[in-house]
Design a protein around this ligand. Structure first.
Ligand SMILES: [Ca+2]
Ligand SMILES: [Ca+2]
Ligand SMILES: [Ca+2]
Length: 483
């Protein structure tokens, strides 16, 4: 049965792959060559000579997207978010990137540092998927036999610009070209402070059509959401993440539902709908889709996931209950009622997935769902006619408190801090909510770099390193009042 299904899926995927190959440009971030221009050609100075010298939002994008992004730049400026759009070529040609940065991600990071110092920016929007806008893999090793994960994408790399002494933080303190390395008895790259110094989000668009959809969603959201009834609602989806009796430690509670209740307690003014397996309100994707289609300002999932799916369990039952997958998402028609979605689970934001993985390693890519043409989080964010306005979740194996010997912290704490920041602390700018949640996490769980990999402190570091914001970091949650 399973093999038949597997064969069918593989055939469908290969047909789909060949179709998609006609449309997706094969640009590779790694093939971008740096023009060896002389220093005086371009500098930060050259980029600002005709304009203001101070900005709130820096957008970095491949040159092919500048016209698609222009309406967003105009929109942001009209609402007082001073925005500067810089192309990747301009970044690479800038004085700072000419002198500093061993590779493209590091050049971008140095450019962001200069933009903080010279332009006083608070937000950075990276535009382009993993092929078009470089990503940084960090090597905080998860050595477990069941699922070994030597590296994963970290967007926090682009946000944690300074170390605790105020110097540029390379995340490669032993200077061997391997970043965020934590393997064996202690961390090789250590004393990385991890605290974000700027708020980073990504629009992982694969082409201008996809980018155009998201740009329109952001503009529509910020101009239409204010004072809308649907916004004052939150939907939480969860169950028994760890059915009791299936692990070598006791897991008596419905962990996902407990976390969801904590989240709800942080949004006191919001009408809530909980879809739980324990009371039968969550039986499958239909329940989730129906509820989201009615509209909500926030959406929270807490359970298990892959780049293609999210699911959980009924209490003390290891049978899977599906919540939402990249396939069933196609049925979302919530139009302008777009929630900010936080998802607890593994790999929802693993945005380096692609169909070529099916050719490279069919079995592994099938098993790990890395043959998805786009990950769960980006698909939800870029969905036309609905989905989310932004999605926050894990690029790698999501760590929960059950992974730690203290049975405390990890995503259980970090996810709920997002809602604490918005609902209790009153932080309204999306990127700042993301960044402050990370800051709160590190304040509560400081990292001891002298401990072994695959254990509590390495998991604390991984928890924040892998937490990706897919969306506009300068998004005003709840939108702007009409003037
Ligand atoms: Ca290193
Ligand atoms: Ca920092
Ligand atoms: Ca349990």
């Amino acid at each position: 049965m399973k093999f038949q299904l597997q064969k069918k899926l593989m055939t469908a995927a290969i047909i789909f792959l060949l179709t998609v190959l006609w449309f997706v440009p094969l640009a590779s971030a790694y093939s971008v060559t740096i023009n060896q221009k002389t220093v005086e050609d371009l500098s930060m100075e050259g980029l600002t000579s005709q304009e203001s010298k101070s900005y709130d939002l820096l957008i970095i994008s491949p040159g092919t997207y500048t016209s698609t992004l222009q309406p967003l730049v105009d929109h942001k400026n009209s609402f007082g978010v001073k925005t500067k759009l810089v192309t990747l070529d301009e970044v690479y040609d800038s004085e700072v990137a000419f002198w500093y940065g061993r590779d493209n991600p590091e050049k971008i990071k140095y450019f962001i540092k200069s933009a903080i110092e010279e332009w006083n920016i608070s937000y950075v929007m990276l535009v382009g998927n993993f092929r078009q806008m470089p990503i940084r893999y960090v090597y905080n090793d998860e050595p477990s036999e069941g699922f070994s994960e030597p590296n994963f994408i970290s967007e926090l790399y682009y946000a944690d610009i300074y170390d605790q002494n105020g110097n540029f933080s390379s995340w490669d303190t032993n200077n061997n070209g391997v970043f965020g390395e934590w393997k064996g008895e202690e961390a090789q790259d250590r004393d990385i402070d991890l605290y974000p110094d700027v708020y980073v989000g990504r629009l992982a668009a694969r082409n201008s059509l996809e980018l155009n959809v998201v740009v329109n969603k952001i503009i529509t959201y910020e101009t239409n959401t204010y004072d809308q009834d649907w916004f004052k609602k939150i939907v939480v989806v969860a169950g028994d993440t760890y059915p009791d009796g299936y692990y070598d430690f006791p897991t008596p509670f419905n962990e996902g539902e407990e976390n969801a209740k904590t989240v709800l307690s942080y949004l006191p003014g919001f009408e809530n709908t909980s879809l739980f397996t324990s009371d039968g309100t969550l039986k499958g994707p239909r329940d989730v889709i129906k509820t989201i289609n009615q509209g909500c300002g926030f959406l929270f999932f807490d359970g298990h996931a892959s780049p293609m799916s999210w699911s959980t369990h009924k209490p003390n039952n290891d049978v899977w209950v599906d919540g939402l997958s990249t396939f069933t998402m196609n049925r979302l028609i919530n139009y302008k009622k777009l929630p900010v979605c936080v998802v607890g689970g593994c790999h929802n934001m693993q945005f380096d997935v692609n169909l070529f993985n099916l050719l490279k390693n069919p079995i592994k890519s099938y098993y790990y769902s890395t043959w998805a043409p786009e990950c769960w989080g980006w698909k939800l964010t870029s969905k036309i006619g609905g989905g989310s306005i932004a999605t926050i979740g894990c690029s790698g194996l999501g760590m929960t408190k059950e992974d730690k010997s203290t049975l405390e912290g990890a995503s259980d704490y970090l996810d709920s801090q997002f809602f604490y920041e918005y609902g209790i602390n009153g932080t309204e700018m999306l990127g700042k909510v993301w960044g402050n949640a990370i800051t709160n996490y590190l304040d509560k769980y400081p990292i001891d770099w002298n401990t072994r990999s695959g254990w509590d402190f390495a998991y604390d570091a991984k928890t924040v390193q892998q937490w990706v914001l897919m969306g506009d970091p300068s998004l005003k949650i709840g939108g702007y009042p009409s003037s």
